[in-house]
Design a protein around this ligand. Structure first.
Ligand SMILES: [Zn+2]
Length: 351
């Protein structure tokens, strides 16, 4: 008989069940939303020499997914943690490979991923997102019942004190002692689709990097955004989008690309990026051109808007300016947006 301190309490049992639940949820989500997932993996161009393969692509891709969803930090740890009968059975169940008897070694997975074209995984992601969009489960969250909200979001990946590769971006920074130093870095721009308040998925990724060390002008967020928008249109030709971005993207070439695609846009409007638009908005506001709406949302905020400021400023793209202000007990908050198309008062975006 077990000693008392070795007994599992009811609460511990419940917790253990909850722990086990994760893999069940994963399988349910896969079956519900991505029924053809295994077939999509099978259809990827296998980069390996067929005569040396003992695992299917599906085995290897699922192993990589499991490593990441179980938050296993390194490939080596994966070998140790997953080397159990239950894990092998789970992997065999997911990949529907009855013959799977051993886990692939991490070097096998690494070799496969090194050879696999990134395009294959990117297309796999596109298929998954297309499926989610077609399933209509998230249709009610579209803006004005029509436009999928897509956020442009730039993130820094790595910083280096010394040049690390030919594609590094570089800037001069001044350190705490006032010395000028070079900072080498890598950045990535992501387009993320908002399916609902808790589900934001990456639609596309664009690296912001220099083609070579000899470039005259460095790559920047706006150029990367142009490449990303072109690619999104190619990959999702019929998807109606409303592009959201901060002041950095509030420039006419990007607005034109959106309008040409019949998309909408909402950008943060900063005094520094579009000085004349802001100046004219304020000037027009001295008369009674600006409309005011009070009592918006749960913050009971105040919105002011004026459409087609571009006609006064002499710009080609549509600048419908929307200003939103609300007061919280601790800090008042004021933001200004520019949009294309109808005013955005009823949307949840930016409010
Ligand atoms: Zn680099």
């Amino acid at each position: 008989m077990k000693k008392k301190n070795e007994w599992i309490t009811k609460e511990q049992k419940r917790e253990a069940k909850m722990d086990d639940r994760g893999i069940v949820d994963l399988i349910q989500v896969k079956e519900h939303f991505f029924h053809g997932f295994n077939q999509w993996i099978d259809e990827m161009l296998d980069p390996r020499n067929e005569s040396y393969t003992s695992y299917t692509q599906t085995d290897l891709i699922y192993l990589g997914i499991l490593k990441n969803v179980c938050a296993v930090e390194s490939m080596r740890q994966m070998n140790e943690k997953f080397n159990e009968k239950e894990c092998i059975q789970t992997l065999a169940f997911l990949s529907q490979n009855e013959d799977l008897e051993e886990l692939p070694d991490y070097t096998t997975l690494n070799n496969y991923l090194e050879k696999l074209s990134p395009k294959c995984l990117s297309e796999l992601r596109t298929k998954m997102i297309r499926h989610l969009i077609r399933s209509k489960a998230f249709h009610k969250n579209r803006l004005l019942s029509k436009y999928w909200v897509v956020i442009l979001d730039g993130t820094g990946l790595f910083h280096f004190k010394e040049k690390h590769c030919e594609n590094c971006l570089v800037r001069t920074v001044i350190d705490a002692d006032g010395n000028k130093k070079k900072d080498y870095y890598h950045k990535v721009l992501e387009a993320k689709i908002v399916l609902n308040n808790n589900l934001v998925l990456s639609l596309g990724t664009e690296f912001i990097e220099n083609e070579s060390e000899q470039v005259n002008k460095q790559d920047c967020e706006q150029n990367a955004a142009k490449r990303l928008i072109s690619r999104l249109k190619k990959e999702y030709p019929r998807l109606q989008m409303c592009i959201l971005g901060d002041g950095l993207y509030c420039v006419e070439p990007l607005m034109k690309m959106c309008s040409d695609n019949n998309w909408k846009y909402i950008f943060n409007l900063k005094e520094g990026t579009q000085k004349n638009i802001v100046k004219d908005y304020r000037w027009l506001g001295e008369g009674d051109a600006i409309k005011t709406v009070t009592g918006i949302g749960k913050e009971d905020g105040t919105g002011r808007y004026l459409n087609h400021v571009e006609e006064t400023t002499g710009k080609n793209e549509i600048f419908n300016v929307f200003e939103y202000e609300y007061t919280k007990t601790e800090d008042g908050k004021k933001s200004m947006f520019v949009s294309c198309g109808r005013p955005i008062l009823k949307s949840k975006i930016g409010i």
